[in-house]
Design a protein around this ligand. Sequence first.
Ligand SMILES: C[S@@+](CC[C@H](N)C(=O)[O-])C[C@H]1O[C@@H](n2cnc3c(N)ncnc32)[C@H](O)[C@@H]1O
Length: 230
Amino acid sequence: MIKKIKGIISAKITSFYWKNHRSITVRHKNEKGIERFAELYGKPTSVQGKGEALFLYTMAKKMQKVPGNYAECGVYKGFGAIFICENKGAKILHLFDTFNGFPTGQGKNDKKLSLKKYHQGSLAISLETVKKTLSSYKNLVYHTGVFSETCKEVENHKFAMVHIDFDMYESMKQAIEFFYPRINPGGIMILHDYRFFQGVQKAANEFFADKTETIICWNETQGIIFKARK
Ligand SMILES: C[S@@+](CC[C@H](N)C(=O)[O-])C[C@H]1O[C@@H](n2cnc3c(N)ncnc32)[C@H](O)[C@@H]1O
């Protein structure tokens, strides 16, 4: 009973907060946990640049106030997911990957800026290895297989934060189209490699051409979209 009342109060506070606060303040100087970030980033880790990893880490905390869960598309060794896991609180993080490498090679929209080395099967890593890397974190749900199939497992879910790191046009397009209507107002979509990979940029630019939101091209490579509030 007490738990239920606590739940109702907490939902009311979150909804009040979210209706009435339209800014996000980031004060890294005073932010608790910045030392933890340095500790995590100090390890030989991620394909994420330092600024990108810090942004994931920071937003994972800030987006706890938005209703809905978190997702990452393109997990690879799980080293980027660590920065989300570390600050996600009780949120469920849905992790999407084949865990068997890229399902296809580059398509015609991935020419030029995309890495030529990516072909079918590259970046293969076993699910067991990733689970071991993330074993200290709770509430992780693994969706193993090609995204166009595994996305069906969350079609009735709503999200607060989605990090998409699929590198290539077709998969990026599918993920952006799938998640956009499922992100709650005030939530965030983060697109890795937006600045550098032609396919990523094309997929995002095409999709957001007629949307209200602006894509912010962040330090290093991320494209960032905050879902508009009606
Ligand atoms: C660059 S890696 C992700 C890196 C990771 N986010 C990190 O921070 O370390 C891209 C991953 O996306 C996965 N991937 C690409 N397209 C996919 C698709 N359509 N369905 C499932 N996984 C896909 C690949 O298997 C690969 O592991």
